[in-house]
Design a protein around this ligand. Sequence first.
Ligand SMILES: NC(=O)c1ccc[n+]([C@@H]2O[C@H](COP(=O)([O-])OP(=O)(O)OC[C@H]3O[C@@H](n4cnc5c(N)ncnc54)[C@H](OP(=O)(O)O)[C@@H]3O)[C@@H](O)[C@H]2O)c1
Length: 334
Amino acid sequence: MRAVVLQEYNSNLGRIIRSLSVQEKEVRAPGDDEVLVRMDCAPCNPSDIAFLRGMYIVSRPVPVIPGFEGTGKIVATGTSHSALSLAGKKVSCFSQGSEEGTWAEYVTVSAGHCIPVREGLSVEQAACLAVNPFTAAGLMEIAAADRHRAVILTAAGGQVSTFIRKMAAGKGIPVINIVRSDHQVRALSEQGEHYVLNQKDDTFADRLKSLSKQLEATIAFDAIGGEMTGILLNAMPHDSQVILYGGLSGLPAANLDILEVIFHGKSLRGFNLADWISQTGVERFSEISGQLQDQIISGKLTTRIQATFPFEQVVRGLLQYVGNMSKGKVLFVP
Ligand SMILES: NC(=O)c1ccc[n+]([C@@H]2O[C@H](COP(=O)([O-])OP(=O)(O)OC[C@H]3O[C@@H](n4cnc5c(N)ncnc54)[C@H](OP(=O)(O)O)[C@@H]3O)[C@@H](O)[C@H]2O)c1
């Protein structure tokens, strides 16, 4: 089969993207509880970029096929009940731990890492189903359970934030959107967002403080880390929490005022989709999956796609994506 291959990890973004090539690889037959998926397409997410740079929690021996999610049809299965029950189905799948990546014609993954796709879900939306929509659902579940009155989003132009914004609107929860350019401020304002702040403005921290007080925004979902995490917690009202779920800055969370934590009840915690899925349980996960897919099929929720590239143009596709991530995902087709 043909697959995109990473020969060696390298933290230099431009160099690592340009080093990728398409090579012939063996297809691995599925084990008992595994399935073989013939891939239709797979997106690039920030976790894929971090993986290529050797900066992600998952590191696999090189040479390696990248890609953590995608969609395709199951063409062979192992002998377990859960594997056999997926035979012939269209699925969204994700690869975890030591599994192979999805930027390939075929991928062998655990049956538990496949989500059957409903009739009517487009290939493009199915390719981006397994990670971001569920992350947004998991984060919103926390916001709703703890009865937060308003939510703060960093990297608000991204796809997880876009899902959260739509879900929050459905529950009547206002959102304070934080972006990093005036262009993105305009884009979100044009979409009808009332509260959009540019983190590069001199008055950003002060405006965040007064807005979060006004709206009683006591929860923030932070995908950036670095100085942003501290700025958020310092600006938010008493008893606020920041949930760190991404590290787009590539820097350690910093700048946190210790007095705010000790005397104003503020806290920081993480969110990891894989942990949330295992805590959620199979039945509830399948219920949430159905609800998400229905909303995506009806157009209420959507992953923005900026372009699709064949594997041979993986370098061009990745350069386009990292040059403008807010514009949407890029997809790779075999
Ligand atoms: N914890 C979990 O389980 C989990 C699950 C899913 C996703 N995530 C994380 O969620 C985050 C967002 O993912 P996504 O798929 O929504 O991303 P995305 O759609 O690709 O968009 C990324 C967004 O982040 C902005 N951005 C990138 N680097 C930034 C920086 N250094 N400072 C400020 N903004 C920056 C981009 O703005 P520009 O357009 O200006 O580049 C863009 O709006 C990622 O960190 C991802 O790893 C975590």
